[in-house]
Design a protein around this ligand. Structure first.
Ligand code: NAI
Length: 256
């Protein structure tokens, strides 16, 4: 299947976890890929080689997406690398855990600037390019089940993903006349480094899995498959939606 032949995609935060899987999946289906991370590490280099081995082009651009100037430059540079850009996957994100009464302004800013502000200005840069070049585009934002359900001790994270929910709804409406689709993917509990502590705590892990109707953690490939669908023309009539990849967690009802 070559759904992304002649397409170019930028995936932020793509040297591990879900972002890495999205980059590989889009490349496998024909896309040239611009990878991103704050620093170009060994894994970034390996990924470039893996993608090139598939017969695609790949480049890694360093940028901290929590810094407005850097995220704008990232998208501009991504457009210049291979001459255009069709798909923007805003995946980079982080969470910090603290009781609400202990959250510092630094923690709040870090989470909001990475998960929401960076996404906002990244999309803005992409949209202005699409307007100038009269091109269509697909934007996929990596949200979370916590755009919808609560997560005590992660107030800033929930605020950022809740903001992403409305950003996507709003932009879908405003950008539809330009042929730009915007959707969210909301992972549940996925096996990635972000969940290191959980994965190392057997008891806690069993509890989490017990609350997931499909009774397992999600894989990065589970998420990447949905991202690929939303980025593709098969989702041509899908915009302003959130696709949950959560094993049924979000709307789970425990029968008594
Ligand atoms: P991860 O921690 O394994 O990967 C995140 C990647 O983003 C890393 O490569 C990291 O270096 C990069 N990143 C973080 N801040 C950055 C910045 N300022 N600039 C550039 N890159 C930056 O996490 P994972 O699990 O792959 O998460 C990816 C996305 O999925 C995040 O937005 C996260 O909130 C979301 N998500 C993950 C879930 C999970 O269970 N793993 C559940 C729900 C949402």
């Amino acid at each position: 299947m070559e759904r992304f032949k002649n397409k170019i995609a930028l995936v932020t935060g793509s040297s591990q976890g879900i972002g890495e899987a999205c980059a590989l999946r889009l490349a496998k289906e024909g896309a040239d890929i611009i990878l991103n991370g704050r620093t170009f590490d060994e894994r970034g280099e390996e990924l470039i080689n893996e993608i090139k081995a598939m017969g695609r082009r790949a480049e890694f651009l360093e940028a901290d997406v929590s810094k407005t100037k850097e995220v704008i430059k990232l998208v501009e540079d991504a457009i210049n690398v291979f001459g255009s850009l069709d798909i923007l996957v805003n995946n980079a994100g982080l969470e910090t855990k603290a009781d609400f009464w202990d959250v510092t302004e630094e923690d709040y800013d870090l989470v909001m600037d990475t998960n929401l502000k960076g996404v906002f200005f990244g999309i803005k840069t992409f949209v202005n390019y699409c307007r100038k070049e009269k091109r269509q585009g697909a934007v996929i934002n990596m949200s979370s089940v916590h755009e919808e359900i609560v997560f005590p001790h992660f107030a800033a994270y929930c605020a950022s993903k809740g903001g992403l929910k409305m950003l996507t709804r709003n932009l879908a409406s405003e950008l539809a006349p330009l042929g730009i689709r915007v959707n969210n993917v909301a992972p549940g509990a996925i096996t990635t480094p972000i969940n290191k502590d959980l994965l190392e705590n057997k008891e806690q892990l069993e509890k989490v899995i017990g609350n997931i109707p499909l009774r397992r953690m999600g894989t990065v490939e589970d998420v990447a498959g949905v991202v690929a669908f939303l980025a593709s023309d098969e989702a041509a009539y899908v915009t302003g939606s959130t696709y949950y990849v959560d094993g049924g967690l979000t709307y789970h009802y425990e029968e008594q």
